[in-house]
Design a protein around this ligand. Structure first.
Ligand code: M6R
Length: 367
């Protein structure tokens, strides 16, 4: 049942190219122009045009996918996006009305808080769009429209292939919004769509370097703390990397917006402490590098994740993990893979129960 892998998590990490291919299938037509099958979605372009804000609500890893979605949707479709964890959204008397496009993200489609947030938003007249992996789940049934991620069953408690397919879904939604709202030219849409098609193969390339990540796990295994830093969309990826490490290896980890470190957290950076620095975003690269220098000057061990051919980062990283180049909106799908592998191997070398971490359930159906 684990298909020759030691754990479900590793199997699911390696299933990502297929999961991504399946999730893209039929949603982008041959000429590279995005169709995002409006019929499948039951979303009216007129409604997408009329929306004045998007609210993304989810828990855990799905929330992190939503956080990436905020950057992508705001950038490509030029519409304000709020992101909330579901257990907070409900109790803050959210400003939601008929012009809000509510997006709920849930692998299982059964998370109690996310479902309650969906109901709350619907009750206030919002259109609810769900991104879920389970056909016929409560969230799929109650939403007005559904974009399924075709990741296949995810058994390991730590979410991997559901997350990367959710990221793809965020891109598809952003393009649908951009198309309906006229914020991108046909060429720009087709360029991103073309880049999306390359992603499954590029994930395969990252997976081929799994052995390097395994060696990094040896370096961080004895640490009780680690930091994940990044700017812009890389900050969102840092959040997911940090959760993954905590969840299955029980190493305390924190994700920080790289520029925010010096406002307090830098005090915790000591000799050899692992800092996993995400540096995939060209437009903030220089700034990220200066943050890396700040922590390096305090003796931190820098494990950098950057795009291939990045000449600058080589000078500062103790360990460099590279990912192929792609459109900036798609880099999280590649950058998270080494972080998933890092958590996995660290969990294994620390002797933890990888697939069933203590205190956690796969689907949280209590509020
Ligand atoms: O099924 P859902 O996507 O709604 O689940 C949300 C979270 O419970 C889930 O992502 C959780 O954070 C994972 N264990 C993370 O790996």
């Amino acid at each position: 049942e684990k298909g020759g892998y030691d754990h479900f998590m590793l199997k699911e990490i390696f299933e990502q190219p297929k999961a991504l291919r399946d999730t893209l299938s039929g949603r982008i037509v041959e000429n590279g122009h995005v169709t995002l099958n409006m019929e499948e979605l039951k979303l009216d372009p007129a409604e997408l045009r009329a929306a004045n804000k998007v609210c993304i609500v989810a828990c855990g890893t799905a929330y992190h996918a939503g956080f990436v979605g905020k950057y992508i949707i705001e950038n490509l479709a030029r519409i304000p996006v709020e992101v909330d964890v579901a257990s907070e959204f409900r109790y803050r008397n959210p400003l939601v009305d008929a012009h809000t496009l509510m997006v709920v993200v849930s692998q299982s489609g059964e998370t109690a808080d996310t479902l309650a947030a969906l109901r709350e938003a619907k009750g206030k007249g919002a259109k609810v769009f769900a991104v879920t992996n389970v056909v016929g789940s409560s969230i799929a049934r109650e939403a007005d429209a559904v974009l399924y991620t075709w990741a296949g069953p995810e058994i390991a408690v730590a979410s991997t292939k559901a997350y990367t397919t959710q990221l793809l879904a965020m891109n598809l939604l952003a393009l649908a919004l951009a198309e309906a709202r006229g914020t991108l030219s046909a060429e720009e849409i087709s360029e991103i769509a073309g880049a999306m098609r390359e992603i499954p193969k590029q994930v395969e390339d990252v997976l081929n370097a799994a052995g390097e990540v395994r060696m990094v796990a040896e370096k961080i295994k004895k640490w009780n703390d680690a930091f994940f830093i990044g700017r812009s969309i890389d900050y969102a990826v840092a959040m997911e990397g940090s959760l993954k490490l905590k969840e299955i290896s029980y190493i305390h980890a924190e994700a920080y917006a790289a520029g925010e470190l010096k406002h307090g957290t830098l005090a915790l950076i000591t000799e050899n402490i692992p800092v996993i620095a995400l540096a995939t975003q060209e437009q903030v690269l220089e700034k990220t590098i200066s943050n890396i220098q700040e922590v390096k000057a305090r003796g931190a061990m820098i494990i950098a994740v950057a795009q291939e051919g990045n000449k600058e980062i080589v000078k500062f990283a103790d360990v460099l993990l590279t990912v192929p180049r792609t459109h900036p909106a798609l880099t999280p799908i590649l950058a998270v893979v080494p972080l998933q592998l890092l958590s996995y191997y660290t969990s294994v070398v620390r002797g933890c129960d990888v697939d069933k971490p203590r205190n956690l359930a796969k689907s949280v159906t209590v509020e």
